[in-house]
Design a protein around this ligand. Structure first.
Ligand code: SAM
Ligand code: DTB
Ligand code: SF4
Length: 353
């Protein structure tokens, strides 16, 4: 198993600013100074830090591992919408709930590639295709998704898909088609998971992540804040993600979009400080990952988003829509990035040649 949780720390003191693969012990005895993996207790302690101290530590980690002006931009497309057999309480695409989302068939390859080209023209560097499937099934539809991945790569974009559970041979076929990232979120901490989804287990999620990693595809895995989960479940979620070996290369932090008709309709919006705190803890625990400020940005003011970038977020979803819900859109995002002196990495390449 590659996802064993470290329950006992080895020698050394966990340091939020120096922990992580790139951090070298600062002289002296390496045995005594070596950074160790965070324990769940360490993560709980981060959640209790004064917010601005935490943001300052996260900003320091961020600057030690990344260009703080660069923002990775992914554009989403729902290639198969609605009618999903899973009962994820947050999701407007579940067939268990009556929501405004209409069930549609899998899109054809050409239409997907038209959208991908528009995403590239709009400055996205990665195209992420989502399907409301419980799991991938071999056959014509999966073959079409493989053709979409190949087409997206031919356009010079990074390719990401999120298709539900996956077997090893399917992950291998996606890798062969050139897939860069597979998105599969742990969504919430293990102790809270059964409150949110009953049609699969947290261990099912980990098994899919193992298959993705074994195929050599980068892992994109994160979660949702604001489901009504206790702080303990947030600490668990981020500890579980940080305990994966290797850590996920991409970590989306979603704020719940409470959609009418879902069981979480009417759930109060996450307080901005809780989102900033979640981003900061993710950055400290996973120094090399790209941390994405994901769903829910239409509910956030610019100052909150700025604070998330300061706390280590270095990626967003761009475009007018996420999968089925609205996103701020290109003109708002261009204005925000310009105001903060940040640059979309796709635009940097475009502007330089
Ligand atoms: N069916 C696949 C799966 O669940 O892995 C892929 C698509 S699913 C929509 C991808 C992710 O979107 C979920 O894991 C969840 O984190 C996020 N998501 C779905 N509905 C959301 C909502 N209302 N608010 C925030 N995030 C949401
Ligand atoms: C992720 O973590 N967030 C994205 C992407 N991965 C697939 C999806 C957000 C979906 C928000 C609800 C919707 O638009 O349907
Ligand atoms: Fe289906 Fe994914 Fe939505 Fe769950 S989150 S209902 S698996 S589309």
């Amino acid at each position: 198993m590659t996802h064993a949780h470290p329950t006992a720390a080895h020698a050394g003191t966990y340091s939020a600013t120096t922990a992580g693969p790139k951090a070298a012990p600062a002289g002296g005895s390496t045995a005594a100074r070596a950074p160790r993996s965070p324990t769940l207790e360490d993560v709980r302690a981060l959640f209790n830090e004064p917010l601005l101290e935490l943001v300052n530590r996260a900003a320091t980690v961020h600057r030690a591992h990344h260009d703080p002006r660069a923002i990775q931009c992914s554009q989403l497309l729902s290639i198969k919408t609605g009618g999903c057999p899973e009962d994820c309480k947050y999701c407007p695409q579940s067939a268990h709930f009556s929501t405004p989302v209409e069930r549609k068939k899998l899109m054809d390859v050409d239409s997907v590639l038209v959208a991908a080209r528009a995403a590239a023209d709009g400055g996205a560097d990665r195209f992420c295709m989502g399907a409301a499937w419980r799991e991938v099934k071999d056959g014509a539809e999966f073959d079409a998704v493989l053709a979409m991945v190949r087409g997206v790569k031919d356009l010079g974009l990074e390719a990401c898909v999120t298709l539900g559970m996956l077997e090893q041979h399917q992950a291998a076929r996606l890798a062969e088609a050139g897939l860069d990232y597979y998105n599969h979120n742990l969504d919430t901490g293990k102790s809270h998971y059964g409150e949110i989804v009953t049609t699969r287990t947290h261990d099912d999620r980990l098994r899919t992540l193992d298959a993705v990693r074994a195929a050599g595809v980068h892992v994109c895995s994160g979660g949702i804040l604001g489901l009504g989960e206790p702080i303990e479940a947030r600490a668990e979620l981020l500890w579980e993600l940080a305990s994966l070996h290797p850590q996920p290369q991409s970590v989306p932090i979603n704020a719940l979009v409470a959609v009418e008709g879902t069981p979480l309709e009417g759930r109060p919006a996450l307080d901005w400080s809780e989102l900033v705190r979640g981003v900061a803890v993710a950055r400290i625990l996973m120094p090399n990952a790209v941390v994405r400020l994901s769903a829910g940005r239409t509910q956030l003011d610019e100052a909150t988003q700025a604070m998330c970038f300061l706390a280590g977020a270095n990626s967003i979803f761009v475009g007018e829509e996420l999968l089925t819900t609205p996103n701020p859109g290109p003109s708002h995002d261009a204005a925000l990035l310009a105001k903060l002196g940040l640059q979309a990495i796709g635009r940097r390449v475009a502007d330089n040649g």
